[in-house]
Design a protein around this ligand. Sequence first.
Ligand SMILES: NC(=O)c1ccc[n+]([C@@H]2O[C@H](COP(=O)([O-])OP(=O)(O)OC[C@H]3O[C@@H](n4cnc5c(N)ncnc54)[C@H](OP(=O)(O)O)[C@@H]3O)[C@@H](O)[C@H]2O)c1
Length: 293
Amino acid sequence: MQGKTLLLGTTGQLGQAVQRAFSQAGKELVKELVTVGRDRCDFTQPDQIRQLVRNLQPQSIINCAAYTAVDRAESEPQLATTINATAPQILAEEAEQVGATLVHFSTDYVFDGHHHLPYTETDPPNPLGQYGKSKREGEQAILATCSQSLILRTSWVYGAYGHGNFVKTMLRLGKEREKLRVVEDQIGTPTWTGDLAALVTQLPPDFTGLYHYSNSGVASWYDFAVAIFAEARNLGLSFPLQQIIPIPTSEYPTAAQRPAYSVLSSQSLIQALDHIPPHWRSSLQKMLKNYFS
Ligand SMILES: NC(=O)c1ccc[n+]([C@@H]2O[C@H](COP(=O)([O-])OP(=O)(O)OC[C@H]3O[C@@H](n4cnc5c(N)ncnc54)[C@H](OP(=O)(O)O)[C@@H]3O)[C@@H](O)[C@H]2O)c1
């Protein structure tokens, strides 16, 4: 990252992690960072997006804002599309106008999950739900509009900050219940915001295109839940929870259908940047250690 950087979505789990990574990366980088939340730039208000970019004239824009309520998107498809596709399109138009690089994030839920090998960037997307559909439309709009854009598709994001995620939900439920039932037939890769944010601060200025980036390794939600409690207990925490029961997706109905398999291959990015993502389990350890220290 070089020059003035506009960070959008600062209240979200990734937005906050990116902000922190900029602070950790050094004074020069953070001095040039302008953080903006929904209060100053509401993605349902195109004029606010346009005015912000025109007034600020940033060299880079990092967009961590998104509609991320996967199930609610089934009943609010228009709002999901406005925030995840229309707003990024406008952002891309404005970035192109001011000559800024646009870094944007997308999701493993653009895939239908019928694969048995990690998805690469050339595999055709086929989202199962409205969230994935809106994110795919956002990808297409950006790639067609902004010549200096980078889209990082990632998966199963969690971190210490923001409104909530699987790790925080598990830790809360583990304090309230003796038994937890967790889906075992959806396979993906948990990705820590700390790793994703560190990558963002290290991106070369001319790095553009569509890339997959997740932590390495593979897990089911059940595996992830078991690991969360094992690692938390290793840190000395105690829970009344006695049993985690693996269940099929059919026993946990949700409004949105999710891909059964959504492991992303980060090979292209590894080769391009010589950057190897840590294994999800070691990143989980790190996150929990930071969270409870
Ligand atoms: N979470 C995952 O498991 C996951 C997986 C794969 C990819 N991703 C992608 O990773 C990126 C970051 O996700 P995240 O997990 O950090 O999301 P998050 O924690 O839900 O944060 C979303 C951010 O978007 C902002 N936002 C929502 N509606 C807005 C609007 N109308 N105008 C302006 N800002 C608005 C939120 O602001 P408020 O605080 O005001 O609501 C918040 O800052 C997204 O592109 C997401 O699609 C996430």
